[in-house]
Design a protein around this ligand. Structure first.
Ligand SMILES: Nc1ncnc2c1ncn2[C@@H]1O[C@H](COP(=O)(O)OP(=O)(O)OP(=O)(O)O)[C@@H](O)[C@H]1O
Ligand SMILES: [Mg+2]
Length: 313
């Protein structure tokens, strides 16, 4: 199977610092692929290599069927890229910026004009395209950055932390925009350290830490693969021994610990069992005041993976 992006033992050293360490990732065609990792994990470095801005120390990367090389003009037209925290000249108007980029890419002026108005509409800047970028909010700046990445109708779009610095409303807008781009048939690689973000839009994820891929798979498989403990915390009024012993009889309960009025129930399943737990507590005379669960989101998986990598060292 051909992939939109495929790396083989991709490695980048800055002096003694190994920023990307034998990284192997595969991004399938027409997917939204989340590239996750904490600060300093090596996301931006990897991305810069993929688009030909940085040279790898060793290993290789193939993007859109071509071995990546530095400053490959043809590939630059086929790959849209938005750098992290894009800072565009404040004295330019939004539409002007896109026009300058389009001309740099050698686009035909008539097509460029049409493309600019289509993109301005797509990223929700209609009516503001002739305002100075210096007057744009952060969200608007990110959106003009995304429009810039889409100018040449690329087959692959790489967005480096497009949600950085945005408020929750801005984040939702960017997420919707990424989904819309993907519907048009583009492959999207989007980096983030905000896991809940990626969880909502990506079909595939790669999680990296210290330059190494910890996992790279479909979102569903990543969630299933990690069999870390799921636990439920329940605060109970009228907590008695009967509550605890009947909970212990449930087949999916592994261990129960008690702290004052709160039980921590470790499970051996990732199935949804909260209803059964709550019924058991209630029928034994307990009254549930609150219930919460740990270990189900990508956030927990991410923390587990990072912790286990640390432990191996
Ligand atoms: N130009 C550079 N020179 C030296 N070291 C660098 C350079 N760029 C990045 N690094 C280092 O390489 C490592 C990876 O950095 P990188 O920017 O790729 O991480 P990141 O995952 O994008 O992090 P963030 O989430 O903070 O953007 C870090 O330790 C960083 O300090
Ligand atoms: Mg970065």
């Amino acid at each position: 199977m051909d992939y939109t992006i495929e790396t083989q033992d991709l490695t980048k050293q800055y002096g003694n610092l190994v920023a990307v360490n034998k990284l192997n990732i595969k991004v399938q065609h027409n997917t939204i692929h989340g590239f996750l990792g904490p600060n300093g994990a090596g996301k931006s470095t990897t991305i810069k290599i993929l688009i030909g801005l940085l040279k790898a120390t060793s290993g290789s990367a193939t993007v859109l069927g071509k071995k990546v090389q530095l400053d490959d003009a043809d590939s630059r037209l086929r790959i849209g890229y938005m750098p992290e925290l894009p800072r565009f000249p404040k004295h330019l108007k939004g539409a002007e910026l896109l026009d300058i980029y389009g001309r740099m890419y050698g686009m035909n002026p008539v097509e460029l004009k049409e493309q600019i108005s289509k993109l301005i509409e797509l990223v929700g800047l209609k009516g503001r395209e002739n305002d100075l970028i210096g007057k744009y909010s952060k969200g608007m700046q990110q959106r003009i950055g995304i429009a810039q990445a889409l100018l040449t109708n690329p087959e692959l779009v790489i967005l480096d932390e497009p949600s950085m610095g945005l408020d929750p409303v801005g984040m939702v807008e960017v997420r919707e925009l990424i989904k819309a781009i993907s519907k048009d048939g583009m492959t999207v690689l989007v980096s983030s350290h905000l896991l809940f973000e990626v969880e909502q839009i990506c079909s595939h994820v790669t999680i990296i830490n210290r330059g190494q891929a910890l996992v790279s798979d479909t979102l569903e498989n990543v969630s299933h693969k990690i069999s870390g403990p799921v636990s439920i915390q329940v605060e109970i009024v009228n907590l008695n021994q009967k509550v605890i012993s009947s909970l212990k009889e449930l087949p999916f309960v592994k261990e129960i610990t008690q702290k004052n009025a709160t039980l921590n129930i470790n499970l051996n399943t990732r199935e949804e069992v909260r209803e059964k737990i709550s019924q058991t507590i209630t029928s034994s005379g307990g009254i549930i005041v609150s219930m919460s669960m740990k270990g189900h989101g990508l956030e927990d998986i991410f923390l587990e993976l990072i912790k286990s990598q640390g432990a191996k060292k």
